[in-house]
Design a protein. Structure first.
Length: 204
């Protein structure tokens, strides 16, 4: 069976220079570097900009008894050029601060954004959504919840959060992938994972 490990490691990159280009809520770094090529030699030195976003935890809230998922609806500045609306349906998510564990953040954000405490937290995957120019790393989970009394408006006022938690039948949410109503990576990945694993979860 083929080996899935990368051909090269971090030691096969030489960072010649690193500059902080922007230092706000997010960071922007500029690197001058070179790395090994698959032919065995090294590239010439070149420059790349890196958008530093850090790590985040995201969690799909699912009630296996009612077959409902709980998604959040909120304004996203990245969707301003979306013709339909910059408000998007997403899984619960939040940044991981220094010293925090991803599962701790997943539980905290579930309470802050949807007003619920997960009964069980199940890891789905850990991935980089846009490694060509962004450092963000997502730790994705599914949480089993009781959605009978969930919903309503949530979020932290001092973070300018205005979040509507919506309980949606699983199949309707899953069909939203094909219709384009569900249009962000974490939510698509989580719903597709749930489609595959839903029977097992309902038997737990």
């Amino acid at each position: 069976m083929p080996d899935l490990e990368p051909t090269y490691q971090a030691s096969d990159v030489e960072i010649i220079e690193r500059k902080r280009m922007f230092d706000g809520f997010f960071k922007m770094e500029k690197y001058r570097l070179r790395h090994k090529r698959f032919a065995g030699d090294w590239t010439e030195a070149f420059e790349r900009e890196l958008f530093e976003r850090g790590e985040a935890a995201a969690v799909l809230l699912y009630d296996p008894i009612l077959d409902l998922v709980v998604l959040t609806e909120q304004f996203r500045v990245g969707g301003l050029n979306r013709e339909e609306s910059p408000w998007m349906l997403e899984v619960v998510a939040g940044f991981i601060e220094q010293g925090e564990q991803p599962d701790e953040v997943a539980r905290r954000e579930a309470e802050e954004e949807a007003g619920c405490l997960p009964k069980k937290l199940i890891p789905i995957s850990c991935y980089w959504p846009s490694p060509g120019g962004c450092s963000e790393k997502i730790h994705l989970y599914c949480a089993l919840v009781d959605a009978a009394e969930l919903g309503g408006i949530h979020g932290l006022e001092h973070e300018n959060e205005d979040i509507l938690a919506r309980c949606i039948p699983f199949q309707q949410a899953y069909d939203g992938i094909a219709s384009g109503e569900i249009n962000n990576a974490a939510t698509i990945i989580a719903l597709q994972w749930l489609k595959i694993n839903k029977v097992d979860l309902c038997n737990r």
